[in-house]
Design a protein around this ligand. Structure first.
Ligand SMILES: [Mn+2]
Length: 305
């Protein structure tokens, strides 16, 4: 991706999570040299630094939501920051932060696509569907709800970010790597018609066929957004997340996933979410995330130069 202009935006918060520590994610990705490593691939990287927002008061849920006001404020800031980069033709990489911020990021991407008359495809790489609502969620943690909120299901403070409700259609989403869904959430995912490639599907069909389907029908007018929750990866290789679920993609499966996305040439924006340095081992999960992001930006393999 030569001549790609990338902006790093740090969002150091764990406001929507069930464990503290994802607030340290942006710095861990910088320590793992995300910016300089991307530059070795001909990408021009501007680090915009970190956004600032409300502290995490660590309170119990109120009416099914934990920290709703603070989550809304962080997401408004993320929305404006991501939208500003897209408007000037740059490719934003949001450094999370917990996955509730996917709402601010993807609502901004959707708004940009409306402005530009582009189609949007969202790849949601995650162990979880993140399609909970306050009625369905056992925990009230909003990092389990961003996809539902984007599709118009949630409190107005969240669904309204970006000025159009719903911000996206469930038809634009492809979820990959899913292996932990709450019972009520499972019904709702089916009702709403999300396309889910769960681990059973990946086991049976392979990552190659999975990605061929998830990337099918992209065209030159499609903006591809990748929302990469680090818990997508198998915890054996990626222990540094708050919500590990066994049985995720291996190192090679994850690389192939990223390489096939890179091959489309359509990547327009990226979230790197839920990295939790407090739970990591010598920053190895951050280093792995950087390695995978390199592939997403077209690190060439030995055989294909
Ligand atoms: Mn997630």
């Amino acid at each position: 991706m030569h001549n790609t202009l990338v902006s790093l935006i740090g969002a150091p918060t764990d406001i929507g999570a069930g464990a503290r520590g994802a607030s340290m994610g942006p710095e861990a990705l910088r320590v793992a040299q995300l910016g300089p490593i991307l530059e070795t691939h001909g990408v021009h990287v501007l680090d915009r630094g970190n956004l600032s927002g409300p502290a995490n008061p660590w309170l119990p849920p109120v009416d099914g939501y934990r920290h709703l006001a603070e989550v809304a404020e962080w997401n408004r800031k993320v929305h404006e920051a991501v939208y500003a980069e897209l408007r000037v033709g740059r490719l934003p990489i949001l450094l999370g932060g917990d996955h509730c911020l996917g709402l601010g990021s993807i609502s901004a991407v959707a708004r940009h696509c409306r402005d530009a008359g582009k189609k949007l495809r969202v790849l949601w790489l995650d162990a979880h569907a993140d399609f909970n609502t306050s009625a369905l969620t056992p925990s009230g943690n909003i990092h389990g709800m961003p996809v539902a909120c984007l599709c118009g299901h949630g409190p107005q403070e969240l669904t309204g970010i970006g000025g159009q409700v719903p911000a996206i259609s469930p038809k634009w989403v492809r979820q990959i790597g899913i292996r932990s869904v709450d019972p009520g959430e499972k019904r709702f995912v089916h009702e709403q018609g999300l396309e889910v490639f769960d681990m059973r599907f990946i086991d049976e069909m392979g990552m190659r066929h999975t990605m061929e389907l998830a990337l099918a029908t992209l065209d030159a007018n499609t903006h591809l957004h990748v929302s990469f929750d680090v818990d997508f990866l198998d915890p054996d290789i990626a222990p540094g997340v708050g919500t590990t679920v066994p049985g995720g993609p291996t190192y090679r499966e994850a690389q192939l996933c990223m390489e096939m996305i890179a091959d489309t040439g359509r990547l327009g924006s990226l979230d790197v979410m839920e990295l939790n340095p407090a739970l990591d081992v010598r920053n190895k999960t951050a280093a792995l995330a950087v390695d995978l992001i390199e592939s997403l930006f077209g690190k060439s393999t030995l055989m294909r130069a």
